[in-house]
Write a protein that binds this ligand. Sequence first.
Ligand code: CP
Ligand code: NVA
Length: 303
Amino acid sequence: MAIKHYLQFADFSLDEYEYLIERTKIIKRKFKNYEPYHPLLDRTLVMVFEKNSTRTRLSFEAGMHQLGGAAIYLNTRDSQLGRGEPVEDAAQVMSRMCDIIMIRTFGQEIIDRFSRNSRVPVINGLTNEHHPCQVFADVFTYIEHRGSITGKTVAWVGDANNMLYSWLQAAEVFGFHVNVSTPAGYDINPALVSPANQRYTLFKDPADACDGADLVTTDVWTSMGYEQENAARLKAFDGWIVDGAKMKRANKEALFMHCLPAHRGEEVSAEVIDGPQSVVWEEAENRLHVQKALLEYLVLGRV
Ligand code: CP
Ligand code: NVA
């Protein structure tokens, strides 16, 4: 049987997400009730980090322990990956010693090459182009608070980054719409969006993008790996802040999400991120629960 990887949001069908959402609810309930659940006893997750992380490392490592398995952390600073060992060779070796691998790296092509040489499932823990685990947690969080996301409108205020490309794929899978407002020069790369994707509309003015939205979301102005552009971005993103005025343009029941870490006063005001419409802490916690369902599914299949 072909190995299943999770490299982009579009790698799973709606049917698979519906299954994973049900598993997430069950696994989350067990966690809240302190009910031991060890389907991955004696299994090992290897986590490779080429960029910083708090939430992704913690949620995968804690999640694997909670499922009865072990997690091993590797980074480029002190593994042979940082000294130029070919990705293909690393994949061959690592995948002979563990049951599943999570990678946070730069270009998507790195994770694609790694997965082609892996004997075990590979999960994308963020690349320059995609962040599927985060958007899966966000969709789950929306559903928990408001029910089905199908037919709803998500406003994206920020550059075309890994989060946005994953949101655009999620919109196709779940059948919702994304109002996208990117600063000039930081717009969508058509090569990273399926030509058939009709699920988004572009807005010049970020406030217009928030009109009638059911969920407003944003992200840091400078993603990891783009730090040398920081000064230019600070200028170009002027106005791309989600503040109270923009939230007023959204539906009354609209939620605010941010994958975190956040910069208050840049992409979001303190009043919004710390306000009543914000679900950022639930969103962060749900990384743990959705990823436990994902680990279970990729290692064991449907249970
Ligand atoms: N949202 C997210 O992926 O956070 P970390 O960078 O802390 O892992
Ligand atoms: N777009 C951000 C997300 C961080 C979780 C980045 O890539 O740095």
